[in-house]
Design a protein around this ligand. Structure first.
Ligand code: ADP
Length: 479
């Protein structure tokens, strides 16, 4: 079975969030199921530089106003198709924003071009290779399903995956003329969204199947609280909606072989974690004592509940805990955390920025990871935490609820607990959970049992890839 995946970021080539991890891991996991996935992505400068050997497999004289080529390459086992369109992608800044953090004004055209290229590949643009299924990720690629629906390719099954419904790709109606679509595409059955053009909306309307990255989030997005205005459409398509939890790359995230940590360890040798804790203490200028170190590795945004962390920081320190934060994002939240760090030197440390190697040490050296997200489609950092004996303390929402087993009395006595969940998602909710956490910390056997249980959790892609493989097969059986 040939599958075309279309994504705006793919780890390890370029990453701003969990989408990249999924887009990078899925093709490798699916290969074990006899499926050949090729991944179409934009040729950002960082991507072009990293690809060693490329081959031109198709050209466009004019792709929504720019000349473009498709280059084929292999990178760390991933079969990549790069949309090399310098007019769209050869620029300074991130994938979506300029160097000052502002969205590029032509994002609609850049990602419509990516999607249109995906649809053309589905049509057979690349000699000798045509996908049986097309799988598009998030709003940046969702238009692939729309182009396929309105350009005579509706017989090829499409899947649109929602990694985060908060990002929808909504633009004014004036852009429609630039999309090169027939007029009927600007309708409720297509792209039209409250008078605007909705890229994700169009994808959710036209895709054969919709997936999101956890079963709980799949339920949540059918409600007004989490549906972000799309709950009506999602309810109407509930029969085609599936929630599949993400896995993680267990080769990259392996405490036994991780090159980014001070000392490797395994479930049977948790004492060795102490060296990583020591390295972390030094990196964050913390005082070494016998209190727990809580880490945060996150975008610093309201969604991630970082204001809740800032609010609870003093309380954690009063109780003898330490806080180590790695993240970047909202300036107000960065400021609140920096203020906590200067109030509590040696007890609260913060590194502002994006630092992949350090994120590994955080999981290997901290005792627990705090994830108070207000909503969380899947979440990856709790999965890394489980694998590294860094106990996840999570808000009871989305994928966090699906992947962490709360250490309540019943779960503790059944020896299945892997972390702590809390609700309501506010400072008092988190403090309530932390009271239980501190209690467990003072009972080392209980703590070690939760760590060990977490390390036994299956966080690999195995199960998830099997679910995607089943989905693709069931869609093909409908052709
Ligand atoms: P989201 O995609 O919403 O940001 P996820 O938990 O799904 O949240 O994925 C976030 C990914 O980005 C994880 O792999 C996490 O380790 C990584 N990450 C987030 N912030 C940082 C940071 N400041 N430095 C390094 N890695 C980070």
């Amino acid at each position: 079975m040939n599958i075309l995946s279309v994504a705006s970021e793919v780890f390890p080539l370029i990453k701003t969030g969990g989408l990249a991890d999924v887009a990078g891991a899925l093709p490798i996991a699916l290969a074990g199921h006899g499926m050949h996935m090729r991944t179409l992505m934009p040729g950002y400068p960082a991507v072009m530089q990293r690809l060693a050997k490329t081959e031109v497999v198709a050209t466009f004289e004019d792709l929504l106003g720019e000349p473009a080529r498709i280059l084929a390459a292999t990178h760390e086992g991933i079969d990549i198709l790069v949309l090399d369109a310098p007019g769209f992608f050869d620029r300074q800044g991130g994938p979506y924003t300029d160097a000052t953090g502002k969205d590029f004004v032509d994002n609609w055209r850049r990602f419509a071009a990516l999607s249109l290229a995906g649809a053309e590949i589905a049509r057979g643009l690349i000699p000798g290779w045509q996908p049986d299924i097309v799988h598009a990720h998030d709003w940046q690629a969702a238009m692939t399903a729309v182009y396929m629906r309105y350009t005579g390719l509706q017989h090829i099954p499409t899947v649109v995956t929602v990694h985060n419904l908060a990002f929808q790709g909504q633009f004014g109606p004036e852009i429609f003329a630039g999309l090169d679509l027939p007029p009927e595409a600007f309708s409720v059955e297509g792209l039209e969204y409250y008078g605007d053009v909705g890229f994700l909306k169009g994808g959710l309307r036209t895709a054969w199947s919709i997936t999101t990255v956890s079963p709980t989030y799949a339920h949540e997005i059918m409600t007004p609280e989490y549906g972000m205005g799309l709950e009506g459409l999602i309810n109407a398509r509930a029969g085609e909606l599936v929630g599949i939890v993400n896995g993680i790359d267990t080769a990259v995230w392996n405490p036994e072989t991780d090159p980014h940590i001070a000392r490797s360890f395994a479930a049977g040798s948790l004492k060795k974690r102490a060296m990583n804790r020591k390295a972390l203490v030094e990196r964050f200028n913390l005082i070494e004592d016998d209190g727990p170190i809580f880490c945060v590795v996150s975008r610093l945004t309201w969604q991630k509940g970082i204001d809740i962390i800032a609010e609870v920081a003093d309380w954690i320190v009063e109780r003898g805990g330490k806080l180590a934060v790695l993240g970047a994002g909202d300036q107000g939240l960065e400021g609140a955390l920096l203020a906590a760090a200067s109030r509590h030197r040696g007890h609260v440390g913060i590194v502002i920025g994006y630092n992949e190697p350090l994120s590994h040490l955080m999981q290997a050296g901290s005792d627990a990871i705090l994830i108070p997200s207000r909503f969380e489609p899947c979440g990856l950092t709790q999965l890394y935490g489980l694998r590294y004996g860094c106990i996840p303390i999570v808000a009871r929402t989305g994928g966090l609820a699906d992947t962490v087993i709360d250490a309540n009395e019943a779960a503790l006595s059944a020896r299945v607990a892997t972390g702590f969940q809390f609700t309501p998602i506010n400072a008092e909710g988190l403090r309530q959970a932390l009271r239980r956490v501190f209690k467990a910390w003072h009972e080392p056997k209980v703590w070690a049992r939760i760590q060990n249980q977490g390390m036994k959790s299956d966080v690999s892609w195995e199960n998830s890839a099997a679910r995607y493989a089943d989905l693709y097969s069931s869609l093909l059986s409908r052709v």
